[in-house]
Ligand binder design. Sequence first.
Ligand SMILES: C[S@@+](CC[C@H](N)C(=O)[O-])C[C@H]1O[C@@H](n2cnc3c(N)ncnc32)[C@H](O)[C@@H]1O
Length: 174
Amino acid sequence: MASEDKSWADIGCSTGLLTRLAHKLHYHVKGFDINTISLLVAKMLSLALPNIHYQKKDFYTIESKFDIVTATSLLSVVEDKKEALLKLISLLKDSNSTLIIIEPTQALSVVNTWKCIHNLSTWWLYKGLLVWAKAREGKAIDEKIFEEIDGIFFSHSYHLDTMVRVTYIKTAQI
Ligand SMILES: C[S@@+](CC[C@H](N)C(=O)[O-])C[C@H]1O[C@@H](n2cnc3c(N)ncnc32)[C@H](O)[C@@H]1O
């Protein structure tokens, strides 16, 4: 199936950075968030883009299924991480679908981020990570959470000096 025919839900999309990337990859994209202002900005930044939609909705109440589901820095902000992860998994359409979770690791700290900054151009590259480090330092999601869930396959890839973890999750059968 070509990506044009596939659906992508970006959960906790905020201003739609990843949502627009998914659109660039030719998916039918829907960004969900509960923050009205963020969604307004997301909509303004996406005015010229077809096949990209935003909805104000608590993700626990979503009932549709998707080929790709992404959640960046969402688990960090929800109270019950495991319950949230189970709900995100339940949004996958079938065993070909993928849930992608992007979260900072324990390594993400202001000090470690500054170690990557050597000049103005690397500062520019890492400034977003610096902001993220300030907000998330010491609040990383333990990767053991994925091992506690039955019926899934997952793998991790690590980026930015292992400060960011991307986890790819598939279900055995739905
Ligand atoms: C830390 S921000 C991350 C935003 C974006 N994914 C990013 O990486 O820039 C978490 C987002 O999740 C949203 N959020 C929190 N709880 C939610 C819920 N129950 N349903 C939908 N969105 C939620 C917040 O409003 C916020 O925009």
